[in-house]
Design a protein around this ligand. Structure first.
Ligand code: DGJ
Length: 767
């Protein structure tokens, strides 16, 4: 069991082969952190890590103890009893006090991991995959229990945390803040990496050095948002992709969040992560409890690539669920950038004529198919097919697609309603709206009140109806505006602080019901591009639309950033037309394909316009991708060169056994007469001999050569890409099993007499 309890010292040690997380019960009964990092011995006594210096200005817990909470690394601190930093929660009691002292009562260690009620979370399939620890604390005056919940995976450098409050009194308490976790680290010698941006440029990589004060990112948009991903990474200044210490924090939630690091005056760093306290308050009456979402904490002592791989594998294997988790994903054609809202059966079928021979497997009918939806100002909510555009309904189209061996997928935006729609006319009280205030549309639409079960029931019936009546294999679930005027007429005035969280719980509940009823439908989440690309969504939809920006160069950055937390099998990536719709840039078709291979490949352009050359190029791309999808989606992903810091980008995937790899190198802007350059690969078997598949090169190189000496891109058989936005895709395959490692073993024959014979055979002229 990788959770050890040292009763005399009151220490818990959560460990596996790669990490250790050690916490202690303080002398006042509260919980503190002693260590988090690379695995340390389970035999050690870690009391020495409890630093108890008496410092000026300390607010000591009581006269006799040397315990000042401000100087202690706490597990789930509260404000008001001597810790002047921001706390992890606030509990307002009937008497108006926020003061709490949660003290240790008991704990429970068990094999496995329990699911969270109504919330997404990572899971286990067998109980021996992970061990859970629940520490129960009690605050007597408020009659409230607090459960700090941890789970450590047996074979992953990961642990998860969440907290639960349960009220046992006879009146009421109110949580005005309830974050998922706090992690106090002993120093602040870190660089903070975050994934931030905006619509069209989501999840760009930004770094800053920690210094005293608060560093935070957050969303107050009702969903996780395009502006900041619910993800933070801390690394040492010397840490690289391949070496050094790094830790990641990834929040399994899709609504408002706060991710904050506070560096205190004694240089310790406090990480807080959870639901943003703004506009949040949650009252608990007798017997009620509140469950926070889950925070995933990953650690690597070997750089950021390994950290990302840990998250990729966890999310791919134990967050994504169901029918599509391990299956190859269909290659999709999406109608949006091909025809926008000018969809019709005739147009879709003529596109299908081209799509089928290209190797496309599924045609997605995007926005514009329902009600009077000819522009984005009308009809959201009226999910009846437009008979002018589809005279035979969806069924006729689906049948004809099937004859062409194409499956069918449909776009919906269930959380929204247009003001100009039958749904809104009939149910104006179903939208989020503050009393006596005007409605504020965005993209001409209002947000349906998914905190109201009546609304989610209605939506379930509507979507289930579409899925029952039509053979729909894929749903693109879009969400195109942020939440404002967040007030639900379905809740009392006192309960309005629950609405933002209940909205997200409503989304999750609706999605869960649909998955239970239609387990084989492939759901793709989307929010005006990638504005809800988070681990919460991945629990319901195994792939997520990454961004509305499909320009290959922009995608290089977006996919590079996204890869810090999310596996390639979750990153939906389409090839689009040039000039690109978002930036008017012209990039070569092979670069557009090469970038999209490192995600879930799709096409989103007018394929009726393709030249014969483009047609056969796309056909080849699809065939290559289908052949290598398993390697691309299940291999280990390595970032090699960052488009954020240089004029080149490169990444690669390597099969789990290290014997096969696909590498992508992009030259962003062409340079005349460029300098020498060698691309150093990663993750290969040092003693396996690799050949370049599909190249005319006779070159066979050992993994150690490719990783350490590197691969020059200007050698015979390979040519460095020329021109702006050009790229190169290399497929490496080991020609035989790796030889025994010769690096340190010198076989006897190397030193034999024959060596001098060889010398003697050198022609005299050269001696
Ligand atoms: C936003 C999405 O990101 C696009 O892909 C497209 O589906 C449009 N919405 C349709 O309105």
């Amino acid at each position: 069991m990788p959770v050890q309890f040292d009763a005399p010292r009151g220490h818990f040690h959560l460990y596996n082969n790669s990490i250790s997380y050690i916490i202690e019960i303080l002398s006042n009964g509260q919980m503190a952190n002693l260590y988090f990092g690379q695995r340390v011995s389970t035999r050690g006594d870690y009391s020495y890590l409890h630093e108890s210096l008496t410092r000026p200005h300390g607010a000591y817990y009581n006269e006799t103890s040397a315990l000042a909470l401000e100087f202690v690394r706490q597990e789930y601190p509260s404000f008001g009893t001597g810790d002047f930093r921001q706390g992890a929660f606030q509990l307002l009691q009937e008497n108006g006090s926020f003061i709490t002292d949660f003290v240790y009562q008991r704990h429970h260690i068990y094999a496995g991991k329990k699911p969270l009620n109504g919330l997404p979370s990572t899971y286990v399939e067998e109980n021996n995959e992970a061990t859970s620890l629940e520490i129960e604390l009690y605050d007597a005056p408020s009659q409230t229990r607090l459960f700090l919940c941890y789970c450590i995976y047996e074979t992953r450098g990961v642990l998860t945390r969440q907290a639960r409050f349960a009220y046992e009194g006879n009146s009421q308490v109110t949580l005005t803040s309830a974050l998922s976790a706090c992690l106090d680290l002993p120093d602040h010698d870190y660089q903070l990496l975050q994934l931030s941006g905006a619509w069209g440029r989501e999840r760009h990589v930004y770094e800053r050095t920690l210094c005293p004060g608060v560093h935070s990112i957050y969303s107050l948009r009702g969903i996780s948002g395009a502006e900041h991903n619910p993800f933070l990474l801390l690394k040492r200044s010397a840490t690289t992709e391949d070496s050094g210490e790094a830790m990641a924090f990834s929040f399994v939630y899709s609504g408002n969040f706060l991710a904050q690091i506070e560096v205190g005056s004694h240089h310790s760093s406090r990480l807080l992560f959870g639901i943003h306290p703004e506009n949040f308050n949650w009252s608990l009456s007798t017997g009620e409890s509140f469950q926070t979402p889950e925070l995933v904490i990953a650690y690597s002592s070997s750089g950021m690539n390994q950290l990302s791989q840990t998250l990729h594998q966890l999310y791919q294997q134990r967050l994504v669920r169901g029918y599509w988790r391990d299956r190859p994903r269909p290659v999709i054609f999406n109608s949006w950038e091909a025809v926008f809202m000018e969809v019709s059966e005739t147009r879709l079928l003529s596109l299908a004529e081209k799509a089928a021979p290209l190797g496309i497997e599924l045609m997605v009918l995007d926005d514009g198919w329902f009600g009077q939806r000819n522009n984005d100002s009308v009809a959201l909510g009226d999910w009846q097919v437009n008979p002018q555009k589809f005279p035979g309904g969806l069924q006729s189209l689906i049948q004809k697609l099937k004859e062409r061996k194409l499956d069918f997928g449909l776009w919906i935006e269930p959380e929204m309603v247009s003001q100009d729609s039958e749904l809104f006319t009939q149910n104006p009280h179903w939208v989020l709206k503050a009393p006596n205030r005007s409605l504020n549309p965005s993209r001409h639409q209002h947000v349906l009140d998914l905190a109201n079960p009546q609304v989610t029931n209605y939506l379930f019936d509507t979507i289930a109806g579409l899925l029952r009546e039509n053979d729909i294999r894929y749903i693109k679930w879009d969400m195109n505006r942020y939440l404002t005027h967040c007030y639900s007429p379905a809740y009392s005035p006192q309960e309005q602080g629950k609405v933002l969280h209940c909205y997200i719980l409503g989304v999750y509940h609706l999605w869960e019901r649909l998955l239970q009823a239609f387990p084989q439908v492939l759901f793709e989440s989307c929010a005006a591009g990638g504005a809800r690309f988070d681990p919460g969504m991945l629990y319901y939809s195994p792939q997520i639309w990454c961004s509305d920006s499909m320009d290959a160069l922009e995608r290089l950055k977006i996919q590079y950033g996204t890869s810090f937390a999310y596996p390639l099998s979750s990153i939906s990536a389409h090839v689009s037309a040039i000039p690109n719709h978002q930036v008017r840039r012209n990039t070569p078709l092979n670069t557009r394909g090469n970038v999209s291979f490192f995600g879930v490949l799709g096409y989103e352009l007018d394929i009726e316009d393709l030249t014969p050359k483009e047609f056969s190029q796309i056909k080849e791309q699809i065939s290559f991708y289908k052949q290598h999808q398993r390697l691309l989606h299940r291999g280990n992903f390595y970032r090699l060169l960052s488009p954020f810091v240089q004029n080149q980008a490169a990444w690669m995937v390597v099969s789990q056994d290290g014997l096969e790899a696909i590498v992508c190198f992009c030259q962003i802007l062409a340079i005349p007469n460029p300098g020498f350059f060698r691309l150093q690969l990663r993750g290969l078997q040092p003693e396996a001999l690799y050949s370049l598949v599909g190249y005319q090169s006779p070159l066979c190189l050992y993994g150690s050569q490719l990783m350490r000496a590197g691969l020059p891109l200007d050698i015979k058989g390979i040519s460095r890409p020329h021109g702006d936005y050009s790229s190169l895709l290399l497929h490496l395959s080991a020609t035989s099993a790796p030889l025994p490692n010769l690096d340190y073993a010198f076989p006897q024959e190397c030193f034999s007499e024959e060596v001098s014979d060889i010398n003697l055979s050198i022609p005299e002229a050269y001696r």
